[in-house]
Design a protein around this ligand. Structure first.
Ligand code: ADP
Ligand code: MG
Length: 357
């Protein structure tokens, strides 16, 4: 197991990058704590695989260093880094049996037969393939093959880190939940440093204690699920996490008041934002409908099980509010009130903290 430090890291796939947009990974400094389980969350194309492949050594970064427990591994090949990586699509040896596939990483490192047998059995149980151990991988479904890939990734106990790159993409939804639970159990048992890449917020929030959110080649926030929900550091985190995501409105902010299209919105603290595009953000959970606040029209009510989402229009901007159970559907002339303490202020997409003059 290792602490992994990314020092001044950046990557471009182009030989002579010029502008910002030429960098798949913008300059990044980050420490992945030893033995911690992280989810790396972001939309497709934001640089998640690029980052993972740099950590495992499949890709050499254009700039910066990678340290495992203070040892510089930037120049080391993948094999020397002692990492297990599982990819989006199965990588299995078709001519080998399931058992041989699972045993492969251990055999490769010269583990003794008794240990291999025990470990393979334990992994087979985790991926629910005890009954297929002696079948050839050829002919198995994509689903089963991916489970073998996962198993191979989990079989070694002595790795520096376990990297999963959207490993459950081809797995059916029910099994997904089951396997994610197994991965968490594995983490509890062995305490590996784990990075689990996904574009699915539910998967990220249920898997990890800490979520690293990427957007456009940048890490925009590292935090617990609660932190990402309560204090999104970037507007992207606000609208990407949550369903529906955070409401954002252009505003002028001075002191404890935001002005939005001529209406006043009280804030939980006093702000003196620097120049730039100023927005306020509030999650639908903290918007209530009544006779105070912004005048809105209700465009639609959606029933989503435990609660209802009210789709609102405020002077041409869409807003969402969550209606708790039992609250009647509002009629005409209703107003949307934002819980002041739950309103965040953003300048050029980054959250600013109150009280800084
Ligand atoms: P993610 O895994 O988050 O979907 P990637 O790391 O695969 O994102 O890609 C980040 C960016 O780098 C994207 O714009 C993608 O098109 C580009 N990219 C990825 N791999 C290559 C490559 N081998 N050559 C050139 N561009 C690439
Ligand atoms: Mg990817």
């Amino acid at each position: 197991m290792a602490k992994i430090t990314l020092d001044n890291l950046a990557h471009s796939y182009l030989p002579a990058p010029k502008g910002e947009e030429d960098w798949a990974l913008k300059e990044l400094n980050h420490v992945w704590g030893d033995g911690e389980a992280y989810a790396l969350l972001g939309a497709s194309g934001c640089g998640k695989s690029t980052l993972l492949n740099i950590i495992s050594g499949l890709l050499h970064p254009s700039q910066g260093r990678i340290l495992f427990n203070d040892a510089d591994v930037t120049g080391q090949p993948t094999a020397a880094r002692n990492i297990a990586q599982v990819f989006q699509f199965p990588v299995v040896y078709d001519t080998m049996t399931v058992r041989e596939n699972l045993a492969f990483p251990l055999k490769n490192r010269g583990a003794e037969a008794g240990y291999i047998a025990t470990r393979v059995q334990a992994i087979a149980q985790m991926i629910d393939m005890e009954d297929t151990l002696d079948r050839k991988a050829r002919g198995l479904t994509a689903d089963a093959k991916q489970k073998i890939s996962l198993g191979r990734g989990m079989v070694r106990e002595d790795v520096n880190a376990l990297l999963f790159d959207e490993p459950l993409t081809v797995i059916d939804p029910h099994m997904k939940w089951e396997l994610r639970t197994q991965l968490k159990a594995l983490h509890h048992e062995f305490g590996h440093t784990m990075i689990y890449v996904t574009h699915d917020q539910t998967e990220a929030l249920t898997f990890a204690d800490k979520v690293v959110v990427m957007h456009d080649g940048r890490v925009v926030q590292v935090g617990t699920p609660e932190e990402l929900f309560e204090r999104p550091a970037h507007t992207f985190v606000g609208y990407f996490i949550g369903s529906p995501g955070m409401n954002l409105l252009d505003a002028e902010v001075a002191g404890k008041v935001a002005r939005v299209a001529g209406h006043e919105v009280p804030l939980g603290g006093a702000y003196d934002p620097p120049g730039g595009r100023v927005q306020i953000g509030v999650r639908p959970e903290f918007v209530s409908l009544g006779d105070a606040g912004l005048p809105v029209t209700v465009t639609r009510i959606e029933d989503v099980g435990r609660h209802r989402i009210a789709r609102l229009d405020f002077e041409g901007s869409a807003l969402n509010a969550l209606l708790p159970e039992g609250v009647p559907v509002p009629g005409d002339g209703v107003r949307a009130r934002f819980e002041p303490g739950a309103v965040s202020v953003y300048v050029d997409d980054w959250r600013v903290t109150p009280g800084v003059a």
